[in-house]
Structure formats: structure tokens, C-alpha cells
Ligand binder design. Structure first.
Ligand code: SF4
Ligand code: SF4
Length: 544
């Protein structure tokens, strides 16, 4: 349980805190917010990564050739860190094989390929009308069954996070609606149109984690979403908090600081302070799972960038290829420079657009050269310190840069590279145009590789030591079997009262043999002495 005392602070004292550091880039959100959230037509094929989250283990429940219905479970999780996957529409499984996936290790993952039949036949859903009367355990079970993962980008399974929150004891649930990265407008669009559902989802999450207090935090520059939230919260105990619009306020540790003024210590999580953070999109998925009985098969995604004729937000099925969505928005290939998955500061540049939308994909930017101008040449660091002023994690980016260049892994770790959230604020202000985040990402990859190599080396060393120990044991026991039993110390020999064993028998026999041999030798010596005294002396000896 945490020792924080913000639970009883009046709302005014919690209000409008600013995070440490941060920047204010141009938002670039207006274009995609011009229209409402659009449904999308069915694509011909969906590519569904079996593991939607790094490090999870799931196994397929279907095989190639199977016909599946919408909402049918396609995988089962093998441990708590997994999340189930469901069919977003009806069709036939055509392959289960590796396919390119953005952001996964090796940029590929095992995927289920679903050929859509166009009928969208579904299993019957079981909505829950009295969801406000469910217990925390019942809500948690429904969230788990729906395969929901954090929609903010990290993709941590929601049910697992709730279980950890219950273990730690949660005092405050923060619904993170601070969507500060340029170009991304999914949460704003969601809250403008479906604020009531997000509020119900937040109440269900609060029930599941037993948090006494819940705050929805949103930046002050989203008036339409704020108005919708105020209306939806009219009869709810959940509070609304407006935050300064600074990037990256939406980071998990940063929003905790913005809402409570508390800084999450290095190497710890908000849960260590009794605070649970969930994204607004996750709250909406929880509403769908619990109230409507719908598994997680779709998400809101922003399609934007100057290469699109009609940028907008789509409710996209998980597994939809990026190319299909870009085409729906009228991508102008002659201006299309590159495609980025995510926002302009933390997004990933796609090698090609056949990669599918996953549960964590919030934005696709079809960029022109105006969106992403060619980077200026990288110059030497002039130690201006601007990067340190804006780092929300209070790191020293210029030092990290210097250690990353020299591969000084010890110093990288002691200067807190692990705490870098790769927000890109430092690179954004750097007058020397140093792509700092690229250096940090490469350094983190090096450290991961070294850590894996170290773990493997320790594993093989342990195995070798065990092998040596076992060999020695075998040799010792073999030697013990070969040692003549007569050499055993007398005290180790069995007593007369102990039961006779083959070992005991052989030892007694050996003792007897030794005694007999000694007696024979003594008898021989006495007999020779007697003979010597009766024989005449040798002549040669007489002369002497
Ligand atoms: S902002 Fe760039 S030039 Fe300035 S200290 Fe940081 S890395 Fe060096
Ligand atoms: S990318 Fe890392 S070092 Fe740079 S500002 Fe963000 S947290 Fe700090």
C-alpha cells in the first residue's frame, strides 16, 4: 500500500500542474478531426498477430482451413501476460505463418491470416444490462476474456495490470485522455462522440481495481471533448481534470506528475504509489467488453498526413493492412514520401504498408516532404543544455548521447538510459540536429543484446558446473566401490549387532584373511630362526 496522501486533497489543489520539461510542438490534429469517426468496409484479408504484446505467449485455437465467425476466439493465452485474440469478422483461415509487423522484435511475428467472406456472420453477443451491479471480480473476468490490452501504445494486458493494481492496493485511478503527440487525435475523437461510454468504462475499471477515487485527465486545448465529458460526468463520482497542453504529458509517469504532483521514482511504476493509469481508449474497450459483451476486435485509429485527400478517424478492425486504410482516405502517391505508424515524435517509419493495424496502433501518417522535411546535417554537440531543460524524465540527454557514441554501457545505465521514454523532446530542441533518440534506441538494443548474452553465458556456466559436480560424484562413488574394505577405519565398520550385509561380510572376511596372513608370516619367520641356529657357520665368515 502506498504512503501517498493525495486521496483526500481537494480537487483545486490537484489542478493544472505542469510536468517537468516538455515541449509545445504544432498539434497537426485539425485535419483528421474535421469528420466524425467512420466505420470501414471489410478488407479482403486480415493479418492478426498471435501475440499482440511483446513478451506474451498465446497459442492458436484454429488451424488452416477452419471457418470462423466474428467474435470467435482465435487464440488462448498461456499465461497472465497474454491476451486472447478474436476474429474481427467471419471467414476462413488461410495461413498461420510469420508476417511483417511494425514494432515487433525482428519486425515480424507469427500471424493468423483470415480471408474475409464478406458476410460478417457473428456469434451471439451477451450484453450485460446491469453492469453497474457487477462485482470487481466479475468485471475483471469479462475484461480478461475480451483480450483487452492498453490502447495507449504499451499494449500491457489490462486484466493483468488490474490484478497487479489490486495486489498493490490502488488509491487513485487516472484515465489518461492527454493525447499530446502531434497528428494523433483518436482519444479526442472518441471523447467528442462517445464520452458516456468512456465514463462507464472508467467506472467499471474503478470497480475492478477497487480504487476509491478516479480522475479523467485531459489537456485544456480540447474544448469539444471536455464539453462532452462534463455532460457525461454530470451524475458520476468521477472527477475531470484539465491539464496544461505540453508534450509528453500523456506519458504514464508524466500524467501522474501532472495530476498529483508526485514523481514516480526511477525504476518504479505508478502502481508503487498506489496509482493506476489507463488510457481513455482502454476504458472504451472495457465498456464494450462488459456492457455490450464485445471482445476487443477493433480500435479507433487516426489516418492523417498531407498525402491523404480526406484525413479522418476510422473504427478499424484489428488486422487491417495499413495500405487498405490509406487507400480509403485517397492517398496521393505522387506526394507520398513515407508512412509513419504512431505520432510524428515517437512513431515508427514503415518499410512498407502491408503491415496490419494491431491493438496498439493509434495513428498512420501518410507524410509528404512538408510533414517531414529532410533532416538537416548532424553537427557536433555544443553543450547548450537545451535538451536537459526539456527532458521530462530529468535525464542528461547530452551525456547519454556521449556515452552512446562511445558504447559506454556502464555509464549509460548509471545515467538512467532505462528511464528514457524516447519521447524525442530533446532531439526536437537540439540546435545541432542530433537525432538523439536514434542513439538511445540503438544503445538500449545493445544493452538488451548484452543482457541476453550474459544470461545465456550464466546459464551455460551453471550447466557446466553442474556437469563437473555430477562427474565428480560419479567418480567418487566408483572409487568408493573399488577401495579395499580392509582399509576402512575400524570405527566405520558395522557392529556385531547390526544386520549382516554383503559389505559387512566382505570386510570381516578381509580382516580374517589379513590376520591369517600375518600368522602365517610369523610362523615362517620363527621356523627360519630355529633352522638358522642349528646350521654350521659359513667358512668365509669364519675368516673374517
Ligand atoms: S541540445 Fe544538442 S547540442 Fe545542445 S547539449 Fe543537447 S545534444 Fe548538445
Ligand atoms: S527522449 Fe529520453 S532523453 Fe530525450 S527528452 Fe525524452 S526522455 Fe529525455
Amino acid at each position: 500500500m502506498s504512503s501517498t496522501n493525495f486521496l483526500h486533497l481537494p480537487h483545486q489543489q490537484l489542478r493544472r500542474r505542469k510536468i517537468f520539461g516538455g515541449i509545445k510542438p504544432a498539434p497537426h490534429k485539425a485535419a483528421s478531426l474535421r469528420s466524425r469517426i467512420m466505420p470501414m468496409p471489410l478488407p479482403p484479408q486480415l493479418i492478426l498477430p498471435i501475440n499482440q504484446y511483446h513478451g506474451t505467449n498465446s497459442s492458436p485455437l484454429v488451424k488452416v482451413g477452419d471457418a470462423v465467425l466474428k467474435y470467435q476466439a482465435l487464440t488462448e493465452k498461456l499465461d497472465h501476460t497474454g491476451a486472447a485474440l478474436h476474429a474481427p469478422t467471419s471467414g476462413r483461415i488461410t495461413a498461420i505463418c510469420s508476417a511483417p509487423i511494425a514494432g515487433h522484435p525482428g519486425n515480424a511475428a507469427l500471424c493468423i491470416h483470415l480471408q474475409c467472406d464478406g458476410d460478417d456472420n457473428s456469434l451471439e453477443l451477451q450484453p450485460c444490462l446491469n453492469h453497474d451491479q457487477l462485482t470487481g471480480f466479475e468485471v475483471l473476468r469479462k475484461i480478461d476474456a475480451a483480450g483487452i490490452v492498453g490502447m495507449g501504445g504499451a499494449g500491457f494486458p489490462t486484466a493483468h495490470k488490474l490484478r497487479l493494481a489490486i495486489e498493490h492496493g490502488t488509491e487513485l485511478l487516472i484515465i489518461n485522455a492527454a493525447e499530446c503527440e502531434p497528428y494523433i487525435s483518436t482519444d479526442e475523437a472518441l471523447l467528442r462522440e462517445r464520452a458516456r461510454e468512456v465514463v462507464i468504462g472508467a467506472e467499471l475499471l474503478r470497480t475492478a481495481c477497487h480504487a476509491p477515487r478516479c480522475i479523467i485527465a485531459i489537456e485544456e486545448d480540447k474544448p469539444a471533448a471536455i464539453a462532452a465529458l462534463r455532460s457525461a460526468l454530470a451524475h458520476s463520482p468521477i472527477e475531470l481534470m484539465l491539464l496544461h497542453s505540453t508534450y509528453p504529458t500523456g506519458g504514464e509517469k508524466q500524467i501522474v506528475q501532472a495530476v498529483t504532483g508526485l514523481e514516480v521514482p526511477v525504476g518504479q511504476y505508478p502502481l508503487n504509489l498506489g496509482i493506476l493509469v489507463h488510457n481513455a481508449g482502454t476504458a472504451y474497450a472495457v465498456y464494450q467488453a462488459v456492457a455490450e459483451g464485445k471482445p476487443s476486435i477493433s480500435r479507433i485509429i487516426t489516418l492523417t498526413g498531407r498525402a491523404l485527400q480526406t484525413p479522418k478517424n476510422f473504427e478499424a478492425l484489428i488486422g487491417t493492412p495499413a495500405a487498405f486504410l490509406l487507400k480509403l482516405c485517397g492517398v496521393q502517391e505522387q506526394h507520398h514520401l513515407t508512412t509513419v505508424m504512431g505520432g510524428s515524435l515517437m512513431g515508427l517509419q514503415l518499410a512498407h504498408t502491408e503491415v496490419p493495424v494491431t491493438k496498439t496502433t493509434n495513428c498512420l501518417i501518410a507524410a509528404t516532404v512538408e510533414d517531414f522535411p529532410q533532416p538537416e546535417p548532424e553537427l557536433a554537440c555544443i553543450r547548450c543544455g537545451f535538451c536537459a531543460e526539456v527532458c521530462p524524465a530529468r535525464l542528461l540527454p547530452q551525456q547519454l548521447y556521449s556515452f552512446a557514441r562511445t558504447h559506454n554501457h556502464t555509464q549509460l545505465q548509471s545515467y538512467g538510459l532505462d528511464d528514457c521514454i524516447e519521447c524525442g523532446a530533446c532531439a526536437y530542441v537540439c540546435p545541432s540536429n542530433i537525432p538523439l533518440v536514434q542513439y538511445y534506441v540503438a544503445a538500449k538494443q545493445d544493452l538488451r543484446t548484452l543482457s541476453v548474452a550474459r544470461e545465456q553465458s550464466e546459464h551455460w556456466q551453471t550447466r557446466f558446473q553442474f556437469h563437473q559436480y555430477r562427474t565428480k560424484q560419479e567418480k567418487d562413488s566408483a572409487r568408493e566401490r573399488r577401495i579395499p574394505t580392509a582399509l576402512f577405519p575400524v570405527e566405520l565398520l558395522p557392529t556385531d549387532s547390526s544386520p549382516i550385509t554383503s559389505v559387512q561380510f566382505s570386510r570381516q572376511l578381509a580382516q580374517q584373511e589379513i590376520a591369517d596372513a600375518v600368522a602365517r608370516a610369523n610362523a615362517k619367520r620363527i621356523s627360519r630362526l630355529a633352522t638358522d641356529t642349528q646350521m654350521p657357520q659359513h667358512p668365509a665368515k669364519d675368516k673374517e
